[in-house]
Design a protein around this ligand. Sequence first.
Ligand SMILES: Cc1cc2nc3c(=O)[nH]c(=O)nc-3n(C[C@H](O)[C@H](O)[C@H](O)COP(=O)(O)OP(=O)(O)OC[C@H]3O[C@@H](n4cnc5c(N)ncnc54)[C@H](O)[C@@H]3O)c2cc1C
Length: 384
Amino acid sequence: MSATIHLSPYQLGPAARELRKEVRGFLDSEREAGTFTPRCDAWMSAPDPAFSRRLGARGWIGMTLPTAYGGHGRSALDRFVVTEELLAAGAPVAAHWIADRQMAPSLLRHGTEAQRHRYLPAIARGECYFAIGMSEPDAGSDLASVRTRARKVPDGWEVSGTKVWTTGAHYAHAMVVLVRTDGSPDDRRSGLSQFVVDLPAPGIEIRPILTIDGEHHFNEVVFDSVVVPEDSLLGERGAGWGQVTAELAHERSGPERLMSTVPLLRAWAEQLPYGPGDAVADRALGRLTARAWTLRQLSLSVAAALAEGRSTEIAAALVKDLGSRFEGDVVETVRQLTDAEPRRGADGLEGLLAEAVLHSPAFTLRGGTNEILRSVVARGLGVR
Ligand SMILES: Cc1cc2nc3c(=O)[nH]c(=O)nc-3n(C[C@H](O)[C@H](O)[C@H](O)COP(=O)(O)OP(=O)(O)OC[C@H]3O[C@@H](n4cnc5c(N)ncnc54)[C@H](O)[C@@H]3O)c2cc1C
């Protein structure tokens, strides 16, 4: 593995500025029409299929997919622009987020022609949503120890086991499940495979897990001897570990890993007086803005590297570690410096603050905990 992180600073050009203007115009008109109010962490917790379909109609989902699969053949950097505008606005994008971010690239890379044609055009239209079936009750950080098993049977594969913390499984149309097809848990990384399983399905029980605010975002998904067709295997049998690792670079490096609380930061900044005001608040805002900008450059450079097919596992882990800590620091700073009281369901700063406080414990856990990410970075840099 490389002992350095190769990233070039990336500048977006005039075409990106035009696109940004277009997205902002769309978001302004949606807000004016009252279709959404900004939310913190909306990419995870605010699904709105109608909104996703409107984005799909504008060509802002599946942007980098080839046109042959219903995509738009645009660059990863165009996608980056759209993504960060949606996040900054706190728009309700959770329904399609996982499908667009990581399952579409994974299906494009590893899927059969039949799988690509079945899922990719619907993803790009904002009509097909995916869940990620990696974590299990005894396999979170130590993902290689998954116990869910798929056994070859005459008409396909029989899947048994339990997945947990499965975001959006209750509205997803399909789920990519990491399972053991060969060997034993002692074999660790070899013998793992991925399957695309349509939801809902007989034999698959999706049980809600409520978060601290009483909302339903994730689930426990139990597979009880579910037979899935032969052609649900994604990629190669036994190559699941490598496929999942590549997927995680998409999962960890995007602007959502640093922008979940930007709607809160904006709402707070808008309340601060222009000109000389509260020097402590001004300094804190300046520091947070500078950090946001630096992290954004890092995330942008990873997007560019991913688009060029370069390995970005270490840099992606870095984005998620630094970015998710930033998201939490925004919440703490605003909480300390504002007189607003967090109030669930309220408009503006009070509502955003309540939401951010309740969601922030998850920031450093989801997508791999920060302790694990630091191990990835340290190992990648050759630290023993
Ligand atoms: C909001 C949210 C959404 C999620 N969505 C999904 C989803 O859609 N699909 C999915 O598959 N999973 C999902 N997850 C699960 C997430 O990926 C796991 O929670 C995460 O990987 C940690 O696993 P765990 O919860 O089993 O914790 P554990 O692995 O039990 O870790 C507990 C603690 O021990 C620490 N620890 C563990 N091992 C080490 C080590 N080797 N060195 C140092 N410290 C260590 C961890 O850092 C952590 O602090 C989601 C989680 C959250 C919070």
